[in-house]
Design a protein around this ligand. Structure first.
Ligand SMILES: Nc1ncnc2c1ncn2[C@@H]1O[C@H](COP(=O)(O)OP(=O)(O)OP(=O)(O)O)[C@@H](O)[C@H]1O
Ligand SMILES: [Mg+2]
Length: 344
């Protein structure tokens, strides 16, 4: 390696960002995932002026627990930017955090976006990164990044199907020859599962629970197919008396609560299969579909999807990092993947 390439490599600040509704991951070129934190920003308001108090891990612990003048915000709620200014602050913070020597921070940034996002939303994401100090911003479609991360043969003339279940969106895509043949972005994913659990607890047990408690239930005993009758204690507030109360729930409860969300996803997968050209459908029967995103970790989701679609269902190796890993690969192998990157 010559001196010039060596120096430019050290100074190269190129990075890839998986700007998720639930988690943001940052990959530095050639270095893999260097940051993985919740997409949460705590903002404090005093004398009508807002300033950022904490970002990421530190801010997440404040969700639902803040006093009046502090607000913990998830700026990307439904897979798109709900709060432009706060998103920009969050991107800035994460860029600064990975580039300790801020003088060199002027990176080319590759960001993945949901396939269902509109041109206006894509432009907003790009503008946020530019305002945060990026020199150049390129975008990659989330399911393509997920497929690259999962090691699927997307450049070949074979059909590959990815279902990425994140916090805000479930992305369903069929790919072949490096392109997306069919895609659909459902605005139901992990957050919707949490809300379904909250509704269920209110209706069945008269119990009010917060977002974090619902997420915890989902991760600890949530299941797509119940397998046992173990009891799990849930604390919340009784609707009628207003006082704290604890009830015991079972896997059966969670599968009932999550069922409408899982049904929406299964219908989305069936739509994708109906809209896939026959040659590629035939490939999918053999290859099956691959689940990525945090939702892929829901217990028995693979078995349930397989049972209802008739396809083999695989779970990617590291579902939560899969999109970021794929985006990082696209950054590292710029020439191979140039045709799938876009810019506005
Ligand atoms: N063990 C688990 N079981 C079920 N769900 C889980 C588990 N672990 C994490 N999740 C859920 O995964 C979701 C986050 O996944 P991920 O980080 O892939 O989303 P994201 O990329 O931030 O969102 P999006 O792609 O929609 O913008 C959250 O809803 C979280 O509760
Ligand atoms: Mg995601």
């Amino acid at each position: 390696m010559g001196l010039f390439t060596r120096v430019s490599k050290i100074w190269s600040q190129d990075m890839a960002i998986d700007l998720g509704t639930a988690n943001t991951l940052v990959v530095l070129k050639g270095q893999g995932v260097v940051l993985n934190e919740p997409s949460v920003v705590a903002v404090v308001e005093s004398k009508g002026k807002k300033s950022v108090l904490a970002v990421g891990d530190e801010a997440k612990t404040m969700l639902g627990r803040t006093p009046g003048n502090i607000q913990a915000i998830r700026p990307l709620r439904d897979g798109v930017i709900a709060d432009f200014i706060v998103t920009e602050e969050m991107i800035k913070h994460f860029i600064k955090k990975v580039h300790k020597r801020s003088t060199f921070a002027n990176p080319r940034i590759l960001i993945c976006v949901p396939t269902g996002s509109t041109p206006v939303e894509r432009k907003a994401i790009q503008d946020s990164a530019l305002a945060a100090g990026a020199r150049r911003v390129q975008l990659i479609e989330e399911p393509i990044a997920a497929a690259i991360g999962a090691g699927l043969p997307i450049s070949e003339a074979t059909g590959s199907m990815v279902v990425d279940i994140g916090g805000g969106t479930t992305e369903i895509a069929v790919m072949s020859l490096g392109g997306v043949v069919y895609s659909n972005s459902l605005r139901v994913a992990g957050d919707a599962m949490d809300h379904s659990l909250q509704n269920f607890m209110r209706k069945e047990y008269n119990l009010l629970i917060g977002d974090s408690t619902a997420e915890k239930i989902k991760k600890e005993i949530g299941t797509a197919i119940p397998t046992n009758n173990n009891k799990y204690p849930v604390k919340g507030r009784d609707i009628r008396s207003g006082t704290p109360k604890e009830v015991n729930i079972t896997e059966e409860d969670t599968s009932e609560a999550l069922n409408p969300i899982l049904k929406d996803m299964i219908n989305g997968i069936k739509d994708a299969l109906e809209n896939t050209p026959p040659e590629l459908s035939a490939d999918l029967v053999d290859m099956g579909l691959t689940l990525t995103g945090g939702g892929a970790l829901l217990k028995n989701i693979d078995k349930r999807f397989s049972k209802e679609t008739g396809l083999p269902v695989h779970i990617a190796d590291d579902p939560l990092a899969c999109v970021a890993i794929g985006t990082g690969k696209a950054l590292d192998q710029e020439e191979t993947f140039s045709s799938i990157l876009s810019e506005y």
